[in-house]
Design a binder for this molecule. Structure first.
Ligand code: 6PG
Length: 254
């Protein structure tokens, strides 16, 4: 039975501190259980403060960085030093500030000839990574992993209910096999091509935390809670229903 919790905070400082504490606990639990922690980072603006808190004392000293592996939910097809790059944002606010082995940073590389090969490379990288790591889930001890079980996926949500780069009405919402999809240009800001994890991957996570701000997004969260069928037709974020725990951290202030 999937567990969902909605937590409300008056401002982004308090919401981000709560998220950072929860992520620290999840990292400790995963590392005790199997020796490593897989953490998918969100893009957008909202997580910047959370990343800053993770990179600062007291959390920075408590986080077992050597055993943490970092991934991204999605990426824009821009260079990794571009201001719109999700890798760049997480690198500047968090990854450059703590001691992380470079091989633990699994970015969505945008240095290929085209975005379609970028998406294929990320999927291959993820499959190789999960096949090479020890598995703890009895159902998954097999040659073939249908989907990865990330320990923690952080997500944001747009005002239109999109999450990662899964936009309303996109055919990618129906993806059943691929872990990663290419998103054609024209959606999102700026309207460049994107690469995103797919819904089945989000839905096989052990933990998903959404961090969202403002009254409009709060309204969407309440629709997701109280009118789930209607919400699922309108908002891709409503279709995130992970095997493990789903936590909404809702910040009242924009
Ligand atoms: C991105 C993410 C996107 C983001 C939401 C919320 O922008 O890179 O793909 O899903 O999390 O748009 O963004 P804000 O946190 O900036 O509102």
């Amino acid at each position: 039975m999937q567990k969902t919790e909605v937590q409300y905070f008056p401002d982004l400082e308090q919401g981000s501190i709560a998220a950072a504490d929860q992520i620290l606990q999840l990292a400790r639990t995963a590392i005790l259980e199997k020796g490593f922690f897989t953490f998918v980072l969100a893009g957008g603006q909202t997580p910047k403060l959370l990343y800053k808190y993770l990179s600062q004392l007291p959390i920075a000293n408590q986080m077992p960085w050597q055993q943490c592996h970092f991934f991204w939910s999605d990426e824009r097809w821009v260079s990794s030093s571009h201001p719109d790059s999700n890798f760049n944002m997480a690198y500047e606010t968090l990854l450059a500030k703590v001691q992380i082995p470079p091989q633990n940073i699994h970015q969505i590389s945008t240095g290929h000839v085209d975005a379609a090969s970028g998406a294929e490379m990320y999927e291959k990288h993820l499959r190789d990574f999960f096949h090479s790591m020890p598995q703890t889930d009895a159902d998954r001890v097999s040659e073939y992993i249908s989907y990865p079980d990330f320990d923690m996926i952080l997500l944001g949500m747009g005002a239109d209910g999109h999450t990662a780069s899964l936009f309303p009405g996109s055919p990618i919402l129906e993806e059943k096999n691929n872990w990663v999809s290419l998103v054609g240009e024209g959606t999102g800001s700026p309207p460049v091509q994107r690469i995103t994890l797919t819904l089945p991957v989000l839905n096989h996570a052990r933990n998903v935390i959404f961090l969202v701000t403002g009254p409009d997004k709060k309204k969407i969260v309440q629709t997701i809670q109280h009118e789930p069928e209607k919400a699922q037709k309108m908002y891709p974020a409503a279709r995130v229903k992970p095997t493990g725990k789903l936590t909404w951290i809702v910040v009242e202030k924009q």
